[in-house]
Design a protein around this ligand. Structure first.
Ligand code: ADP
Length: 632
């Protein structure tokens, strides 16, 4: 006897004994091998992603259930690539030999070809093994009865839901393009899809393209208009007869297509397709495994109803949403987004909040600083205005102080003019009038008039309301003009006024009227300090010089000098030792000099008298000669 036949005879005998002994078949098989045997027979090859997913899930669920030890065997019929009767015979013989002493307790048949194979060969091969099938065409049992030894899950498609998703994500879509392979199963699937679309009547043009080779994807689908919903079903074979892994074709299509690719199976997700209501092999595997467990638990397949499908996976690839600029808000809430890393916000939320907070605080601080700067500027402007008004008032007071000498200074030329005019009259009346003499008199009158006008001009300049303006100034000229105004007063007071103006003064900037005012103020103070001195000892020197690159003006007198105690308070407002003094002159002088960026100081001469000195900074090379306001 052939070993193969001998084994079968032995097994038949054993099974007969087992049945007579009242044992159920699985128990008998287990009794023979110690562990239950489960064969997972896929109609495709075992390495196809769909087969791998489903095979893996079935193994995982069965082995984690308390059904005792299970041995798993995976077989791939590969019927889409090998479909001759001879091949099937050889394959059946191979299985028969392989499982000679190991009849399975349960068989999972994945897809139609596997179920068909078992229908034809189970009787010879494993006549007692119950079968759980999956991924079987939903019309499979329309024209044949369901065998009592099998139950399982029929194929289904969620095309309607996927198209609804497409219309939601691409609201301007006008047509549906279905891409499918040229294999028998591909065409069958595409036909089912087309029928579904026909039934749904989506109101869009539907075009089905089958068998386009992967190498032509770019050319054919690389410039589709954006109003196309592109649905990829499956491709196991192309028009060139080349066999293709459907998942690889999905990847190639997603890379080539100019529009998002909607898919039909969960195994395509992650290859670059957008997603859809996807047939989920894991879900189907789970449902099949549950049926298998019930059968291993003693239920017969005939008692378990055939399921019309398993839940689809509603998912999209977040990267594809981004790639096609599809806003997430268009996605129905039941869809899950995969492959999208946390958004920038999710990833750096606290850092963004911290930076935002810091920016907000900084902004508030900036606004506060700006407001503070504005109010300081306003205050500075007001203070400048006050200072200017005070300086003006002080100049008026100075003019008042000089009133006697000024009137004397004007009266003198006026008197001379009068005398000259009278002389001219006399000359005209007399017969001996000499035109040359008259011309001389008129020239004198003009000179005296010019002199009086000049005095008036100086006084008017001093008394006029005036805003401090910075210009390049010749300090010697300023000192000279001040001395000119002071001269009559000095004469009146019996003070010898000396000028000691040196050359080589650095160039400075300033307001000449204000600087003049300072010199006059200092000089008048000096003259007053000498009032008690004998007239031959009253000497006032106005000197200028270059002090280490700064322009220095010094006013010294031979008066009573300054006590150490007074020196500290001299420049304070309202400090005065005079009966009618206001104590503002020196404080105004100081504010003027400081507005020029300079310094003013006073010292006792030691041997009698006091010296007041102020210095102004030289204009730095390159400093713009702008006519700008002094900012005190
Ligand atoms: P006022 O002249 O109204 O007193 P100032 O501010 O001009 O106000 O002067 C303040 C005080 O400084 C004077 O009262 C005087 O005591 C003192 N002082 C100013 N200049 C001299 C000087 N050349 N010699 C001595 N004391 C002076």
């Amino acid at each position: 006897m052939e070993p193969f036949l001998a084994a079968r005879a032995a097994r038949t005998l054993f099974l007969a004994l087992a049945v007579c002994g009242g044992l159920s078949l699985p128990d008998a098989a287990r009794a023979e091998g110690g562990a239950r045997r489960v064969v997972i027979l896929t109609g495709t090859e075992v390495m196809l992603p769909a087969s791998q997913v489903e095979d893996g899930v079935i193994r995982q669920i069965l082995s984690s259930a308390p059904a005792g030890p299970i041995e798993f065997y995976s077989e791939g019929l590969d019927a889409y690539r090998f479909d001759t009767a001879e091949y099937e015979r050889e394959f059946a013989a191979f299985l028969s030999r392989k499982y000679r002493d190991k009849e399975p307790d349960l068989i999972f048949a994945l897809s139609d070809p596997a179920l068909e194979f078992l229908t034809r060969n189970r009787g010879e091969l494993w006549p007692h093994a119950p079968v759980v099938f999956t991924s079987v065409d939903r019309n499979y049992f329309q024209d044949r009865p369901r065998p009592s030894w099998a139950t399982g899950i029929l194929d289904y498609d969620s095309i309607g839901r996927t198209i609804a998703l497409g219309r939601q994500l691409q609201p301007t879509a006008r047509r549906i393009l279905v891409i499918a392979g040229a294999g028998e199963r591909d065409r069958r699937f595409a036909k089912t899809v087309a029928e579904t679309l026909e039934r749904l009547r989506p109101g869009l043009d539907v075009v089905v393209r089958t068998g386009t080779p992967v190498s032509a994807f770019s050319r054919e689908f690389g410039s589709l208009s954006s109003d196309t919903i592109l649905l990829y079903t499956s491709m196991m074979r192309d028009n060139d007869g080349r066999s293709v892994v459907p998942r690889d074709a999905a990847k190639a299509l997603a890379a080539a297509a100019s529009v998002p690719v909607y898919g039909t199976h969960s195994t395509y997700l992650g290859t670059g397709i957008l997603g859809g209501a996807l047939f989920d092999y894991a879900n189907e595997g789970r449902a099949a495994a549950q049926m298998g467990l019930r059968i291993l638990g003693g239920e017969t397949p005939g008692a378990l109803p055939v399921l019309g499908g398993s839940p689809p996976l509603l998912a999209v690839d977040g990267r594809q949403l981004d790639r096609f600029g599809i806003p997430t808000r268009r996605l129905p809430p039941e869809y899950e987004i995969r492959f999208r890393g946390p958004t920038f916000w999710e990833q750096y939320r606290w850092r963004i909040v911290a930076v935002g907070l810091a920016l907000a605080i900084e902004t508030v601080l900036l606004i506060a600083l700006f407001a503070e700067r504005q109010s300081r500027r306003r205050a500075q402007k007001e203070s400048r205005q006050h200072r200017s008004e005070l300086a003006h008032a002080s100049r008026l007071a100075t003019v008042g102080q000089l009133a006697a000498s000024i009137s004397h200074e004007i009266n003198q030329p006026l008197g001379a003019i009068l005398a000259n005019a009278e002389t001219a009259e006399i000359l005209l009346d007399s017969a001996a009038s000499n035109p040359e003499e008259l011309r001389q008199i008129l020239a004198d009158i003009r000179r005296d008039d010019v002199r009086a006008s000049e005095v008036m001009r100086r006084v008017r300049a001093l008394a006029a309301r005036h805003d401090m303006e910075m210009h390049p100034v010749e300090l010697n000229a300023v000192a000279q003009a001040a001395a000119g105004i002071l001269e009559p007063e000095a004469r009146r007071r019996g003070v010898a006024l000396q000028r000691d103006f040196r050359g080589g003064l650095p160039e400075t900037r300033g307001d000449d009227v204000s600087l003049q005012q300072v010199i006059i103020n200092l000089a008048l103070n000096g003259m007053e300090a000498m009032a008690e001195m004998p007239s031959d000892r009253r000497r006032l020197v106005i000197a200028t010089r270059n002090g280490n690159g700064r322009a220095v003006v010094r006013v010294s007198d031979t008066g009573r000098g300054i006590s150490l105690e007074d020196r500290a308070k001299l420049f304070e407002s309202f400090f005065t030792t005079k009966r009618n003094g206001l104590g503002l002159g020196l404080s105004i002088c100081r504010s003027i000099i400081e507005a020029h960026g300079g310094r003013i100081s006073a010292l006792d001469n030691g041997g009698g008298g006091a010296t007041f000195e102020f210095e102004l900074p030289a204009v730095a090379a390159g400093t713009p000669r702008r006519n700008d306001d002094a900012r005190a």
